[in-house]
Design a protein. Structure first.
Length: 343
């Protein structure tokens, strides 16, 4: 909607993960180094955690994009409370394995044969599980059992487990002891600092041809970091709304008070304190309650922006018709007034 107004070639702050917008902050580069180290090791588990919207999925997609033509055959699963058997079926489906029968022993046998065939070709399997905090103990145990597949003393499948901060606490449980022993590296992806927040915004704008329009005041970046706590998805959400507000006001600058106003509007619209209190009263752990609120906030915000853009598009499409209608009404009113004056 606002791209043409600012001379941009695309939308810079979309919420969907896009590896082409990857921003190499210190934390993201360190997390990527851990992932690349894991790929090089070719065994065990690599664990990456981070807040909702910290950029974990974008990081993964970028890594998988670089691996797709190499010796590693990667498959990604987004965990949504999968039971153990369902998880195994998802693993098979993602690797393109269609079992001849539905029983678990056949599924495991044919997965083992598939991984063994890759090994004979000089290739190996990498399983990436996103939203790993949703996995139950039985599903995690199935992942550990998959890591037992070996041939010639080499592991046939390696796993990356990516999740929200509470997954770190899950790994400390006694029943996770055996899996934890196979974790060869782990890293927690934190938020961007103030300088990185500015660089992140400018990076994404530059990716779509930004030439300084709109101009951001120095204090606007400080306010943006304070309002978002350096979480990339939150930055995207507020920055997108900022550009939309500037476009509607026909302005080419963004100030700190604009950021603060948008942040207040979003909090009022989504009722974050009430949502968090409701999640806590439902028995969610504090971290899960905050993560759930952030997810609801981001989804609701994206929906509101989409509906607002639809309305603006409709207004633009009907503007010429509206102007014509107004002129007709004015002529009618003028005619009535002239008639009354003649009386």
């Amino acid at each position: 909607m606002y791209e043409a107004f600012f001379g941009l070639q695309g939308k810079p702050f979309q919420l969907n993960p896009d590896p082409s917008f990857y921003f190499a902050s210190r934390g993201h580069q360190r997390a990527l180094s851990f992932l690349e180290y894991g790929v090089h090791q070719g065994e065990g588990f690599i664990v990456i955690t981070g807040e909702v919207g910290a950029g974990k999925t974008t990081l993964l997609r970028g890594l998988l994009e670089r691996l797709k033509d190499g010796e590693v055959v990667a498959a990604e699963i987004v965990s949504t409370q999968l039971e153990a058997d369902d998880l195994l079926r998802q693993v098979a489906a993602r690797f393109g394995v269609t079992p001849s029968r539905s029983d678990k022993s056949t599924l495991l046998s044919e997965l083992s044969a598939f991984f063994g065939a890759l090994h004979q070709q000089g290739r190996r399997a990498l399983l990436v599980v996103d939203e790993a905090q949703n996995l139950g103990p039985a599903a995690v145990e199935e992942l550990r059992m998959l890591s037992n597949f070996q041939l010639d003393s080499q592991s046939l499948v390696q796993s990356f487990l990516v999740g929200q901060p509470e997954f770190r606490a899950i790994l400390q449980r006694p029943e996770m002891k055996q899996l934890k022993q196979r974790v060869i590296a782990s890293y927690h992806l934190g938020p961007l600092d103030a300088q990185e927040t500015r660089a992140y915004v400018e990076h994404r704008l530059g990716h779509v041809g930004w030439n300084g329009d709109p101009a951001f005041d120095e204090d606007a970046f400080t306010a943006l970091h304070r309002a978002t706590e350096g979480i990339p998805r939150r930055i995207n959400t507020i920055a997108d709304r900022l550009l939309l507000a500037a476009f509607l006001a026909e302005r080419h600058d963004v100030a700190a008070n604009d950021v603060e106003e948008i942040a207040r509007e979003l909090d009022d619209e989504l009722g974050a304190p009430e949502l968090e209190a409701g999640a806590a009263s439902a028995g969610w752990p504090a971290a899960a309650a905050q993560a759930g609120v952030a997810a609801v906030r981001d989804a609701a915000m994206a929906d509101r922006l989409a509906r607002l853009e639809d309305r603006l598009a409709l207004l633009e499409a009907t503007s010429s018709m509206s102007q014509s209608t107004i002129r007709k009404v004015v002529r009618i009113v003028q005619g009535l007034a002239a008639r009354d004056a003649a009386r």
